[in-house]
Write a protein that binds this ligand. Structure first.
Ligand code: ADP
Ligand code: MG
Ligand code: MG
Length: 194
């Protein structure tokens, strides 16, 4: 059962990792995008941190919803509505009484795929979300699972987003959104999944 305290700790940890790696995420987005993924995510996660500062007594739905709204309004770019949708779906599911992490993440991934239209192997954040979800369901989420999923985006040809304009020239680069999702799940591992 996922609690408000755990979720706030998870998201604050994620925000810290994004802040620390802002320049790196921008650098990853430079050869296959427009060099702003780190800046976009920092803007969003700064707003998430601010909105969660007074939510320690709120319910899980409120926490997810506030997170989603901060991400949707502040990240901008392709990643904003995608991460935003993921958290909005978790807000909806938790409102229906779901507190199981695996079910919440499955709902989030379904929303993300529906919103962005990306399939597995399209070199997007979906390529990290899907294997992580499988691992969470099997109670086997480790940092290796996350790292492997992120690394696997390197040889992929981008089929969605700006990187897809490059076709085969997107090969050999990590997907920036996959890397930021790697931080999301490393933060999850450090705060929620022991
Ligand atoms: P923008 O490309 O608009 O500048 P960002 O740089 O913040 O936005 O985010 C780029 C990331 O968004 C990519 O690395 C990829 O992981 C993700 N992305 C882009 N389009 C899609 C999509 N249709 N479905 C899933 N993820 C996507
Ligand atoms: Mg970009
Ligand atoms: Mg952009």
């Amino acid at each position: 059962m996922l609690t408000t305290t755990q979720t706030i700790a998870w998201l604050n940890n994620f925000a810290d990792k994004i802040e620390t790696n802002k320049a790196y995420l921008n650098d990853l987005d430079t050869p296959i995008g427009d060099g702003d993924h780190g800046s976009n995510m920092v803007r969003g996660l700064t707003a998430v941190k601010a909105t969660l500062a007074d939510k320690s007594n709120a319910d899980l739905t409120t926490v997810f919803k506030a997170t989603a709204l901060a991400l949707i309004s502040k990240v901008g770019g392709a990643a904003g509505p995608l991460y935003g949708t993921a958290f909005l779906e978790m807000a909806k599911a938790s409102k229906d009484g779901v507190t199981d992490l695996g079910i919440l993440l499955a709902t989030a991934l379904a929303g993300l795929k529906k919103r962005g239209g990306a399939a597995t192997g399209d070199k997007t954040l979906v390529d990290v979300w899907r294997p992580v979800l499988t691992a969470v369901h099997a109670d086997r989420l480790t940092s290796t699972v996350i790292k492997t999923a992120v690394e696997r985006t390197k040889p992929m040809v981008a089929k969605k987003g700006r990187a897809s304009y490059l076709g085969d020239r997107s090969i050999g680069h990590l997907d920036p959104g996959a890397v930021s999702s790697g931080y999301l799940f490393t933060a999850l591992l450090e705060t929620v999944v022991q």
